[in-house]
Design a protein. Structure first.
Length: 419
């Protein structure tokens, strides 16, 4: 079977946290006004709301004080162990139909299933098998499911996000024929899986406001503006995604790697965590250059506040071999924008670089400006020499003077003349 034309299901558990709380109380989430939030804190985040409340415009990532006052809303604090148990029960249901090797667990409430090789066995098409699986999930757990079906992971995910949640049977099927008629119509750009607010702003500056605008834009210009990520962005906007479920599961490298992690002493969010991520990339890039190696595998771990629990870890294989903090940061932010859940408080981060190769194996990308590459390399080497001589805090970005920065304190604790 063509790797670009499979039968992929992207399955999401509807209003998962709120639905779990309803299930254990014998309540119907479609008729019950329930939110998951700390009832003792008026400014606490609402981590989930029932579908019943969503019909009144209640946001699942709002604040307790924003909840409507004319509805007698049940406020329940989060119980992560319950959600983890019910998530495992759902996965057990998936395993009644397909092998664990064909399941990619994307988050606690979302999975990708590659059912390509099971359709003949069950004598069903992808829609029929999806319907059978989600009915079984409801039978076993009383949780409602939405599903997107596509020829690759990207289209399955976007079909689920954009359409499945709004149709009667909660299942949307997209094919490559739907790219121009459905995918290209998506606007604003941040509604598309993998495009964050910052990337959206950069694309808007180019006059691109819909997915179709990006798809029709010159790919080489996107690569020049965003690096290799620009090529992936162009591919995704044209419905192209070459990653398989098995590759998504095996992307972790067993080879030597470098990593840096940090426990944060206050809650960070999407608007201020980038400064921490950039500073960590800066440290890792310098370590790569000190060890005379480059990386072609970037990993990011985000841990949410203990009051919520959870987080995510994802890695990305890249075609480049890099040792520059700006390039590493671009990939880290690409992963972050794709997987971060808006308004979730962050208390820990880790960035890893793997698949390390000697820096003399580097080959310039045909889309790179050779003069710029040499200039960047000389700048990096000069900065490294200054820091080696005068210490890691001798040269800092202007952003390192902001209140949310931790780099000066971290460098001081590391000590000596090595970052």
């Amino acid at each position: 079977m063509d790797r670009n034309n499979k039968s992929i299901l992207c399955i999401d558990l509807k209003s998962f946290f709120a639905s779990c709380e309803c299930v254990v109380r014998g309540l119907d989430p479609f008729t019950t006004p329930l939110v998951v939030a700390d009832p003792a804190r008026n400014g606490a985040l609402t981590l989930a709301v029932t579908p019943y409340l969503k019909q009144f415009g209640v946001k699942s990532r709002g604040r307790v004080y924003e909840l409507p006052k004319d509805i007698n809303i049940i406020k329940i604090p989060p119980h992560m162990r319950l959600y983890q148990k019910m998530s495992k029960d759902v996965i057990k249901t998936y395993l009644e139909f397909i092998s664990i090797d064909d399941i990619h667990i994307y988050s606690i409430d979302e999975c990708f299933l590659d059912v390509t090789n099971y359709l003949k066995m069950y004598k069903m098409n992808a829609y029929e098998l999806a319907k059978t699986i989600i009915n079984k999930v409801y039978e076993n757990t009383k949780l409602t499911v939405t599903a997107g079906i596509g020829p690759n992971m990207l289209l399955a995910k976007v079909a689920m996000d954009i359409e499945a949640k709004h149709v009667k049977d909660n299942i949307a099927v997209w094919t490559y024929d739907d790219v121009k008629t459905k995918l290209w119509n998506i606007t604003p750009l941040s509604k598309m899986w993998g495009i964050g607010i910052n990337t959206e702003k950069s694309l808007n500056e180019l006059g691109l406001y819909s997915i179709g605008d990006v798809a029709k834009y010159d790919k080489n210009k996107l690569i020049k503006r965003f690096g290799v990520i620009g090529e992936e962005l162009w591919n995704h906007c044209n419905g192209i995604d070459n990653t398989t479920v098995k590759e998504a599961n095996s992307i972790e490298s067993k080879e030597k790697s470098l990593s840096r992690s940090q426990i944060l002493f206050k809650d960070y969010y999407g608007y201020n965590i980038p400064i921490i991520l950039y500073e960590t990339c800066n440290i890792l890039a310098r370590e790569l250059r000190m060890n005379k190696v480059r990386t072609s595998l970037i990993g990011l771990t985000i841990r949410y506040s203990k009051s919520i629990g959870g987080g995510f870890h994802h890695s990305m294989k890249i075609n480049d071999k890099i040792d520059n903090e700006n390039k590493i940061y671009d990939y880290v932010m690409y992963i972050f924008d794709r997987y971060y859940q808006n308004n979730m408080p962050i208390r820990g981060i880790a960035i890893s670089v793997g698949k390390l190769t000697d820096n003399n194996e580097y080959q310039i990308n045909i889309f790179e400006d050779f003069d710029k590459v040499l200039k960047d390399k000389n700048v990096d080497n000069t900065i490294d020499q200054i820091k080696d001589r005068f210490g890691p805090n001798s040269l800092l970005k202007g952003s390192s003077l902001l209140a949310d920065s931790t780099i000066k304190d971290r460098n001081g604790k590391i000590g000596g003349h090595a970052a």
